[in-house]
Design a binder for this molecule. Structure first.
Ligand SMILES: Nc1ncnc2c1ncn2[C@@H]1O[C@H](COP(=O)(O)OP(=O)(O)OP(=O)(O)O)[C@@H](O)[C@H]1O
Length: 472
C-alpha cells in the first residue's frame, strides 16, 4: 500500500459503510412490516371466540401456532442482530466524527453485546404490591445527540437497570463501573405512557373504589421526564394532557363509576390541583393564590380555600389539567419561576352522596427536580433555601413511604409540607403507593441518575437488591 493509494482505499471504505447503512435501513423497514403482521395475526388468534374455534379445529391449527411462535422467535433473533449492527454503525460514526467519549461507548457496547435483553412486554403480568417502585428511562433527546452524549443506561430485563459509570483510574486508564439495580418494573426508552400507566397507577384505581388512599409520585432529575409521564407527552412546547397519567387515572375512575359493581354507590368526583413551593401552597386552579394548611381537632389536615371542582366528564378533567399546567409553567410567584422547584399535586376525590364523607382519594404528584436537593454550590441564598426545602421534603417522603411499608410505628409526616398534606395516604391498611423514578440516559446525568436509583432503592430497601461490578 502506497501513500497515493490511501484516499482511494478510504473512499472505498466509506462507500462500503454507506452500503451497510442502506442494507440495515432496508432490513429495518422489512422487520417493522413483518413484525406488525405477526402481531395482527396473533391478536386475531387471541380473540376468545377464535380460541374456542381453534380448540375444535384440532391438531392442524395447533401446528399453525407452533409455526407462528417459531417465526416470532426467528424474527426476534433477527431483531437482535440488527440492533447489534446498528450499535456498531453508531460506534463507527461516532469514532469517525471524533467523539471524545468513543472509548467509553466502545466499552458499553461490548458490555451490552454480552447481555440477553428481555424488556417488559404488554403480556407480562401486573403484580399486586402495596408499594410499587419502578424506573423509567427516557430516550436521548435532540440536544444530547447533538452533544454526542453517550447513553450510559441499559435495561436488560423488565425489572433490572444497569448504569455504566465511566471512570478514569490514577494511571489515566479508562474503565466502567457497571452498577445494577433491581425494582418492581423498569421501563426502557421505547415504553409509552400507556404501558407505564398499566403497571403503575392503573392498579391503584381499584384501591380508591375500595375506600382507600392511592398515591402516585414521579421522582427524578429536572428534564428526566416526570411531567411527560404525569402530565402528558410534549409535542414541541404544547403538552397533550390526554396522554398523561393524570388523565388516564380520571378516565378509569369514570369507567369504574359506570360499572355495575359501583354504579349503585352514586359516588361523585371532584378535582383539585395545587403546588407546594418551600413551605407555601399555591392553588393552580385559582391564579396561584397562596393558601394555608391547618390541622383541625380531629387531626385532619386541610388546605384552607383550595379550589375543588366537581367533574363528571373527561373534557372537564382535561380542561383542569391544562389550566393547572399552564399556571404552573407560567410561574406567577416571583420566587418560583421554574416548575422543577416545586411539587405539583393533582387530586381526584370520590365523595359519598348526601354527606361530606370522602370515599377515597387518588393523589398524583410531580415532584421537584431532585438535583436541586443536592446542589452543593447554590448561586444565591434563595437557591440555598429552595434546595434545603426540597431536600427535607424528599427525605421526609422517603421515610413516610418506608413507614407505610413497615405497617406501624412512627410516621414522620410532619417533616415537610408535602407529607403533611398527604398524611392520610401514609396511614391505613388500604393505602397504596406507587413511585416512578425517571432517569436521563446521558453520560452527563450519570451522577444524578445514580442518586435517583439509590433513593428509589432505599424506598423499598427490603425488596430491592443492588449489585456492583467493575469492568475495564
Ligand atoms: N419517555 C420520554 N419519551 C420521549 N421524550 C421524553 C420522555 N420523557 C421526557 N421526554 C422529553 O424530555 C423533556 C423533559 O421532560 P419533562 O419536562 O417531563 O422533565 P421533568 O422531569 O418534568 O422536568 P422538570 O423537573 O423541569 O419539570 C421534554 O421535552 C419531554 O418531551
Amino acid at each position: 500500500m502506497t501513500e497515493a493509494n490511501i484516499p482511494s482505499i478510504r473512499s472505498q471504505y466509506v462507500e462500503k459503510l454507506n452500503n451497510l447503512e442502506n442494507i440495515i435501513l432496508i432490513c429495518d423497514t422489512h422487520k417493522v412490516t413483518s413484525g406488525s403482521l405477526i402481531r395482527q395475526r396473533l391478536q386475531q388468534q387471541h380473540k376468545p371466540e377464535l380460541i374456542s374455534e381453534q380448540r375444535g379445529a384440532g391438531q392442524g391449527q395447533r401446528r399453525n401456532v407452533v409455526t407462528e411462535i417459531e417465526r416470532i422467535k426467528k424474527n426476534r433473533e433477527q431483531q437482535r442482530q440488527l440492533h447489534a449492527k446498528l450499535k456498531e454503525k453508531q460506534l463507527h460514526i461516532m469514532m469517525r466524527q471524533g467523539n471524545p467519549n468513543w472509548e467509553f461507548l466502545n466499552m458499553i457496547n461490548q458490555y451490552r453485546s454480552r447481555i440477553v435483553f428481555r424488556p417488559l412486554q404488554e403480556s407480562d403480568p401486573v403484580e399486586d404490591h402495596q408499594i410499587t417502585v419502578c424506573i423509567r428511562k427516557r430516550p436521548l433527546n435532540k440536544s444530547e445527540f447533538a452533544r454526542q452524549e453517550v447513553d450510559v443506561i441499559s435495561v436488560p430485563s423488565k425489572d433490572e437497570i444497569i448504569v455504566h459509570q465511566p471512570k478514569v483510574n490514577v494511571n489515566l486508564k479508562k474503565f466502567l463501573e457497571n452498577k445494577c439495580f433491581k425494582f418492581d418494573y423498569v421501563f426502557g426508552e421505547t415504553c409509552c405512557n400507556e404501558l407505564v400507566y398499566k403497571y403503575t397507577a392503573k392498579p391503584l384505581v381499584q384501591t380508591v373504589f375500595d375506600g382507600g388512599m392511592a398515591t402516585c409520585f414521579a421522582y427524578g432529575q429536572t428534564g428526566s421526564g416526570k411531567t411527560h409521564t404525569m402530565g402528558g407527552n410534549f409535542q414541541g412546547k404544547t403538552q397533550d394532557c390526554k396522554k398523561g397519567i393524570y388523565a388516564m387515572v380520571a378516565e378509569d375512575v369514570f369507567k369504574f363509576l359506570k360499572s355495575p359493581e359501583y354504579k349503585d354507590l352514586n359516588l361523585t368526583v371532584s378535582a383539585s390541583f395545587f403546588e407546594i413551593y418551600g413551605n407555601d401552597v399555591f392553588d393552580l386552579l385559582e391564579n396561584k393564590a397562596r393558601l394555608r394548611i391547618l390541622e383541625d381537632g380531629y387531626h385532619h389536615v386541610n388546605i384552607v380555600g383550595l379550589t375543588e371542582v366537581a367533574v363528571d366528564s373527561m373534557d372537564e378533567v382535561i380542561e383542569l389539567i391544562e389550566r393547572g399546567s399552564i399556571a404552573r409553567a407560567s410561574g406567577q410567584t416571583s420566587a418560583n419561576r421554574n416548575s422543577s422547584r416545586s411539587h405539583a399535586v393533582f387530586q381526584l376525590l370520590l365523595w359519598t352522596p348526601g354527606t361530606d364523607r370522602i370515599h377515597g382519594t387518588f393523589s398524583l404528584i410531580d415532584l421537584a427536580g431532585n438535583e436541586r436537593a443536592v446542589d452543593m454550590n447554590p448561586p444565591n441564598r434563595q437557591a440555598k433555601m429552595e434546595g434545603a426545602a426540597i431536600n427535607t421534603s424528599l427525605l421526609a417522603l422517603k421515610e413516610c413511604i418506608r413507614a407505610l411499608e413497615r405497617r406501624g410505628g412512627h410516621i414522620p409526616f410532619r417533616g415537610s409540607k408535602i407529607t403533611l398534606v398527604l398524611r392520610d395516604s401514609f396511614i391505613g391498611e388500604k393505602s397504596k403507593t406507587c413511585m416512578i423514578g425517571t432517569i436521563s440516559p446521558g453520560m452527563a446525568s450519570c451522577e444524578h441518575s445514580l442518586n435517583t436509583l439509590r433513593y428509589m432503592d432505599r424506598v423499598k430497601e427490603h425488596r430491592a437488591t443492588y449489585k456492583q461490578r467493575t469492568t475495564s
